[in-house]
Design a protein around this ligand. Structure first.
Ligand SMILES: [Zn+2]
Length: 302
């Protein structure tokens, strides 16, 4: 029997797609995005969402990290909180959104947050050895981001997977806990939150009741298994952020979804304390231990 061409094509396409599509990709778009205001930009790699007036999330949905960088614009200058994977050009996206001078501040210097730092001349960093080492650039972690199952959809035209690496960058200013970055009509306060890495920070916009949490909290598996992670420091940092929760209106995390409830922070604190006191059950996952809670989990080493 000869199948009508349309049916054959549909069958062929669906087998192709299912063979290539990783599970995380099938659940996209994440439901939370339907409620957000999307801003159209020419670059197909990024998606931009306006979260608040003059606060934009720059999301990379086509790579498994689903990393989110943020552009916060004041009347005098703007801060780009992370520069993403370095797979497409985030600087060009930022220039579509503001003509003001832009300073880069990193939530921490893991490769998926500093990928386009090299494109900027004004980059703030925390004075840790971890930061200084990462500022030299690296290849291994970047290449791992392109492993089978890590990409959903297509890579940008002109991107060369073979030569992909995190390029080195120059830190022009050192930051410290409590520093305030004045953007004109808004101020971002640096809150040192070591734990996930030694150089992790959160940014607090107190007047607008926003907290940019970096990788200290996001709705998803929170990575706490790498050698640079310090679990005791992480507990202290979460405790500090949880103490701010009642003054906040919104959390803006660095992966998966750019909006979360401040009431999540005390829950994260309770959860990590349960883990540390041996009161939580874990599952084995890819050679790690995963402790699952409602809306997030912790991935620890064995
Ligand atoms: Zn990280």
């Amino acid at each position: 029997m000869k199948l009508p061409r349309g049916i054959f094509l549909t069958f062929w396409l669906s087998t192709c797609v299912s063979a290539q599509t990783p599970d995380w990709c099938k659940s996209q778009p994440r439901p939370a995005y339907s409620k957000l205001e999307r801003v159209e930009i020419p670059d197909q790699w990024f998606e931009v969402y306006k979260i608040r007036p003059w606060v934009f999330a720059i999301y990379e949905p086509h790579q498994a990290e689903e990393v989110i960088s943020y552009l916060v614009i004041g009347t005098q200058k703007a801060v780009l909180f992370d520069t993403g994977m370095g797979i497409s050009n985030i600087k060009a996206v930022v220039e579509e959104l503001t003509k003001l001078p832009v300073s880069v501040v990193n939530s921490h210097t893991h490769n998926d947050h500093v990928g386009d730092n090299w494109r900027f001349s004004n980059v703030y960093g925390m004075p840790t050895n971890f930061t200084r080492t990462n500022a030299r650039g690296s290849t291994t972690d970047a290449q791992a981001e392109l492993a089978p199952g890590q990409i959903c959809g297509t890579l940008p035209t002109g991107f060369d997977p073979k030569s992909y690496r995190t390029r080195g960058f120059h830190i022009s200013h050192w930051l410290h806990d409590g520093d305030r970055i004045n953007l004109g009509d808004r101020t971002l306060e640096v809150i040192s939150t070591p734990g996930h890495t030694p150089d992790s920070i959160a940014l607090l916009d107190e007047r607008n009741r926003l907290l940019f949490t970096g990788d200290t909290f996001y709705p998803g598996p929170i990575f706490l298994y790498r050698p640079e992670t310090d679990l005791d420091a992480y507990v202290s940092s979460v405790k500090r952020l949880a103490g701010l929760a009642s003054r906040l209106q919104l959390l803006l995390p660095a992966h998966n979804v750019p909006v979360a409830e401040p009431s999540d922070l005390p829950r994260v604190l309770d959860a990590i304390q349960q883990v540390r006191h041996g009161q939580a059950k874990s599952l084995r996952k890819d050679g790690k231990r995963e402790y699952v809670f409602e809306g997030f989990s912790f991935l620890l080493s064995q």
